[in-house]
Structures are given as C-alpha cells and as structure tokens.
Design a protein around this ligand. Sequence first.
Ligand code: SOE
Length: 384
Amino acid sequence: MTQDATPLQVALIGQRFMGRAHSNAWRQAPRFFDLPVDPRQHTVVGRDAASLEEFRERWGWQHASTDWAAVCAADSGIDLVDIGTPNDVHEGPAVAALEAGKHVACEKPLSATLDAARRMRDAAAAAAGKTFVWFNYRRCPAVALMHELVREGRIGEVLHVRGTYLQSWGGPDVPMLWRFDKERAGSGAHGDLNAHIVDMARFVTGEEVARVHGAIEKTFVTERRAADGSMAASTVDDVVSFLATFSGGATASFEASRLAQGHLNRNTLEINGTKGSVRFDFEDMNVLEFVDATESGRTRGWRRIMCTDAEHHPYAAAWWPDAHVIGYEHGFTNMVADICVALGGGTPRVPLPDFADAFETQVVLEGALEAARRGAAVDLAELR
Ligand code: SOE
C-alpha cells in the first residue's frame, strides 16, 4: 500500500468457502502489493450470527451483521460490497449496492439465471460504481501469459479451443447442498465449472462465442440425503459438454463434470493456432506450456514455462523469488490488488471482468443449456 492511499471500506457477504478466500485476499493484498487504495475489512455479513462472530474475529473483520440490506444502503459507510453467496443471492445485494452508489465485486457465475444476470448488467450500466466478477483463474500468471501470447499473435490465428473442468466430488454419497438445488444454483457443474473455462477462453482469445452447435446436459445423481435425514431431489446437472464456434471461426469444445474420478480440480485450457499452441492445467498452475510451430522441426516441441519471473510475469514481483510457487488463494489476492489499482484510477495488471463481460459468459452458458433442451444448434445472438 502506498502511504497516501485512500481508504476503501469493504463489506463481504458470505462466510463459507468464498468468504474465506475473499477475506484472505482483502487481508493479504495490501501487505504484498503497493496499492493506491487501502482496503479496510469493515463488515462481514452472514445468516448465522453465532458462527459469524467467530469468523469475524478469525478473518480480521471489524464488524459482523446478519443484514445484507443494511450494508448495501447508501448511508452504511461501505464503499464496496463483495458478494460471496450462493448464486440466487447475487442479484439482490448487487443491485441494491449499485443503486446506492457503491462498487460491487460479485462471485461467479454472475447469477443463477440469464434474466437476473441481464438485470445486473443493466443496473451496472446505469450506476456510478464499478463492478468486478471473481473469475479468479484469469489471475494465475500462466493464464495471464497465455492471454498475452495469444493477443501478441504468437500462436497465429486461433483455430481450436479446448476447455475441460473436471472434478470428482459430486457422487451420490455427498449430502444435499445449495450447489445441487437448481432454484439456488441455476445449474450444477455447468455454472460452477464451465463458467470458468468459458471466461478464460473468451479472455485469452478476445473473441466471443457466436454459436453453440450441440450440448449434452446430464444428471446422474437425482437424490441426496438432506440435513434432516430425508432424501431430497438433486436437480442440477452433474455433467455438461458442448461444442461451439467463436466469432473468428475457431471451433471450441467445453466439458464440465463433478463425476470424473481421479480429477480433483482439473481446469485445463488448450488453444491451437496457425503458428503454435498454448495449454494450461490448474493442477500445475505455475506452468504454461507453449509450442512455437515456426521453429525448426529439429527442436520444435512443447516448452514448459515456469511463470514466476518477476521481470516478465504479472504479480510475480509482489510474491516470492523465482519458482517459489504460488497457489489457489493467490489468484484471489491478485484480484483484490487489481481491483484496488482500478479503483485508484490505474490500469490493472490483467484485465478485470465487469458485469457486462460476465453477462457474455452467462449467455454462452444459457446457450449450451438451450442447445441441450432443443437438441439443436443455438445462435447466441438470440439470447443477448
Ligand atoms: C467447487 O466446485 C469449486 O470450488 C467452484 O465453486 C470454484 O469456482 C472452482 O474454482 C473450484 O471448484
């Protein structure tokens, strides 16, 4: 943090997985980065007052509240509302905070439904505050380098995009959670995981998905044990795969699963172009693989780039010496650093997605579900 940094009063809504990831990021960013604004952990909001107090103290928030509407109100003293709640509780706080003139940082996917996402996009367009969406994987240095190389033309014209996001934790023994309830989550593996790889592919290529040619949406696990011991309907997809084309003509395949045994968090993206290819695998997240097809065939091949060089890779200078690798949580801390840079009037190290940008990802997600329903191709212009 720079000495004359302006305070930024932050309220976080949510105290579970993302609540912890975001709290850690707000806490660490000003320690590792010199920032033009000084984020202050003002209030954490959650529904369960008893556990919230313990959370507040552990994660360094000054106040705790069970009332999200109060922190979103114009006179709350809050500058930025951070939303880390289930997907059906994004729109209410986001729109309220924007109408009250605040900045909003919202978890992905933007919302549980395309209609809600559209309302959020429109509220953001009419508001003075800035919006941000926590597509955290953009801020892995290897994904940022992938973006730079593709935008510099190092792989030539983009021909194929292949994204897979595979997990294995969603079997029938896993009890009922909001993530399995369509009303609350909107979708299952699709909104949770395909959202990330669609965002990454759009970000890296700079192109929009124009058409979804076909999709499979499949629910294998149809009921789960609820907290009261009864069986509850599990109403979301476990697996969604779809084929698409980008605006520039590249072909794409995207695949998300929570039932892919052996894959714990395998978020991969590979892009093949006329002059080379790049690929990323989150399970080896500090590395970007790159092949330059213009090199002599004698030595041409995949090279492994460790993205920890302070001079060349974004964020690396703020962290550790070369190859003292970073992990999952650093993506969130890098994101807070970029949010603070943007709010201070600067240019973030890596472009930040706002609500308009995340709406485009939501259009792709809805297009895939619509293609699965119709059993036919969907032109995404229909959904915008
Ligand atoms: C759970 O499936 C989850 O934590 C997602 O919600 C995250 O967005 C993803 O990064 C990892 O998996």
